[in-house]
Design a protein. Structure first.
Length: 474
C-alpha cells in the first residue's frame, strides 16, 4: 500500500490528500474538512516579539537554553575525563567513548516511548524541574565519585569509568522524560497563533546548542578549568561545574513556569502503561497530518546525524581546515537554521505549513547535492551546508507546530514520547551506518544517496505533485 494512501485522517468527511493540500487555494483550505494546522497559516499569526512577551514561555525557553547546552556539552565532558583519567598512553580512545555513547543512547531506545506515557500522567512542571535538578546533582557529584573510586578495579574495568557509564545512563534516562514534557507544555502556555514563532525559537535553540557543543564545547570546558584554578580552588573541577550548574540553573528557571495544566482526578484508575502506549500508536495511525509531520521530522534528524559524521571526513579532505575543525562546518549549518527561522517567519504569511515543508524538503535535497559536488571546495561546502540549514528550519518548525497544534492535551506526552523515541533511533542508525557507507562508497556517493532518499520520500508523502505557491489572501 502506498504511504500517501495509508496516511488518511480519521475524520467523518472524505479526507483531503496531502498532495491536494499543496495545490488548494486559501479559500478551499478554509472550507476543507482536513486539519487547518496543515492547510492554512495560523490566523492573525504574530511574530517572535509577541512570544517573547510571554513570561511563561521565557521561563521555559530559558530552561531549554541551559538544559540543551548542558546536554550537548555533557559528552564532551565525558571524553575530557576519559582522556585525563582512563586512557593509557598510546591507547585509542574510541573504545572508551563508544561505551559512553551506548550508555547515552540505550535509554532513548528503551524508555523514550514509555516516558511520554508517564509524562501525560504527571505534573509536567514537576517533571521539567526534577529531571534537570537531578541531572545537575549527578554531574556535580562526578569529581567526588571519581575520587572515591580512584585506583579501584571492578570486573576488569576501572570503577570510576563504570560509575561514568552509570551516571551517563541515568542522565540520559532523565532526559527521556524532560523532552516530551517540554514539548507538551509549549501548547499549554503559547496561543495557537504564536506556536510557529515559538517553535522557530525552540528549533533554533536546539540546533544552536548542538553546534555549540561540537564547536566550542572543548575550549569552553578547558576555560572553565583554568578559571577554577585561577580562583585558587586547587581542584580541576571547572568542567563539571559548568555542566552541572547549567542543568541546575535550568531547573531553577523552570520553577517560574506556570503550565496551566488541569489537575488529574486521583480517584481515576490509570490504564496499563502498554495500553496507553498502544493508544498513542493508534492515534498516530488515525491522524494522517500528524504522522506525515513526524515522518518528516524523524527524517530531518537522521539526515543531520549523517551530515555530522560526513563533516568529520570532509574536514579531512578539505585542504583549508583540519579534521578537528569539523565543528566549524556544523556551525555554518546552525547559522543557516537561524536564517531559515527568519525566512520562515516571513514565508508563513504566504505559504501554508505543508507548502513550507514541501519546498524545504526539496531544498534540503538540493543542498545535499551541492555538498556532493563540493567536496574539495571549502566555501562551496559551507554554502551548501548553510543552505541545508535554511531549508531544514522551514521543514522542522512548521511540522513541529502541526504536531503541537493538532494533538489534544491528553495525548501530547504519548505522541511526543513516540516522536522522541523514533528520533533517537533515527539519529543512532546513521551514526553507525554512515561511516561504514562512506568508507565503502565515498563521501560524494553517500551525499547523493541522502539527496535521493529525501527527494523520493518527499514526493511519496506529497503525491509527487509540486507545491503551488499561492498566497493566503488573509
Amino acid at each position: 500500500m502506498r504511504l500517501s494512501e495509508d496516511l488518511e485522517p480519521n475524520i467523518p468527511a472524505e479526507p483531503t490528500p496531502l498532495s491536494t493540500e499543496l495545490t488548494t487555494t486559501a479559500e478551499d483550505q478554509t472550507a476543507s474538512t482536513s486539519s487547518p494546522a496543515t492547510d492554512t497559516p495560523p490566523a492573525e499569526a504574530r511574530g517572535v516579539a509577541a512570544v517573547l512577551k510571554n513570561k511563561n514561555f521565557l521561563a521555559l525557553w530559558g530552561g531549554q537554553v541551559f538544559s540543551q547546552l548542558a546536554d550537548k556539552v555533557y559528552l564532551v565532558l565525558m571524553i575530557a575525563i576519559i582522556e585525563t583519567q582512563f586512557q593509557a598512553k598510546g591507547q585509542t580512545i574510541s573504545g572508551w567513548v563508544s561505551a559512553i555513547m551506548m550508555a547515552n543512547t540505550i535509554p532513548a531506545i528503551l524508555f523514550g516511548s514509555f516516558a511520554g506515557v508517564y509524562v501525560d500522567r504527571w505534573r509536567k512542571k514537576q517533571v521539567l524541574v526534577v529531571t534537570n535538578v537531578l541531572r545537575g546533582l549527578l554531574v556535580l557529584a562526578v569529581p567526588v565519585l571519581l575520587w572515591i573510586a580512584h585506583g579501584r578495579i571492578m570486573a576488569q574495568l576501572p570503577l570510576g569509568f563504570e560509575l561514568l557509564i552509570l551516571i551517563t545512563f541515568t542522565v540520559s534516562t532523565l532526559g527521556q522524560f524532560f523532552a516530551p514534557a517540554e514539548q507538551a507544555v509549549i501548547s499549554n502556555i503559547v496561543e495557537k497563533r504564536d506556536l510557529l514563532s515559538a517553535n522557530s525559537l525552540y528549533t533554533t535553540t536546539t540546533m544552536g546548542a548542538l553546534v555549540v557543543g561540537f564547536a566550542v564545547g572543548e575550549p569552553l570546558l578547558g576555560f572553565a578549568d583554568k578559571v577554577g584554578m585561577g580562583f585558587g580552588l586547587g581542584l580541576n573541577v571547572g568542567k563539571e561545574l559548568v555542566v552541572g550548574l547549567s542543568y541546575t540553573i535550568a531547573g531553577i528557571l523552570l520553577l517560574l513556569l506556570k503550565t496551566n495544566e488541569q489537575k488529574r482526578d486521583a480517584n481515576i484508575e490509570e490504564p496499563h502503561i502498554l495500553d496507553d502506549l498502544k493508544e498513542g500508536i493508534r492515534y498516530l495511525q488515525a491522524n494522517r497530518s500528524i504522522r506525515v509531520a513526524l515522518i518528516q521530522l524523524v527524517t530531518l534528524y537522521a539526515v543531520f546525524a549523517s551530515i555530522t559524521i560526513l563533516a568529520i571526513r570532509l574536514a579531512e579532505i578539505l585542504p583549508e581546515i583540519k579534521a578537528s575543525q569539523f565543528g566549524f562546518l556544523l556551525a555554518t549549518g546552525g547559522i543557516g537554521m537561524g536564517l531559515g527561522a527568519v525566512v520562515m517567519n516571513f514565508a508563513r504569511k504566504w505559504f501554508a505549513p505543508a507548502k513550507l515543508a514541501f519546498f524545504g524538503s526539496i531544498g534540503i535535497a538540493v543542498g545535499l547535492g551541492g555538498m556532493a559536488i563540493s567536496t574539495h571546495s571549502l566555501w562551496q561546502t559551507i554554502l551548501s551546508i548553510m543552505l541545508i540549514g535554511v531549508f531544514w528550519a522551514n521543514v522542522a518548525i512548521p511540522m513541529q507546530t502541526v504536531v503541537q497544534s493538532e494533538t489534544p492535551p491528553e495525548m501530547r506526552g504519548k505522541v511526543f514520547g513516540l516522536q522522541n523515541n523514533a528520533t533517537n533511533i533515527a539519529c543512532s542508525l546513521p551514526l553507525a551506518l554512515t561511516g561504514i557507507a562512506e568508507s565503502v562508497f565515498g563521501v560524494s556517493s553517500v551525499l547523493w544517496g541522502l539527496a535521493l532518499i529525501v527527494t523520493l520520500l518527499t514526493l511519496y508523502l506529497y503525491g509527487g505533485k509540486s507545491a503551488k505557491s499561492e498566497p493566503d489572501p488573509s
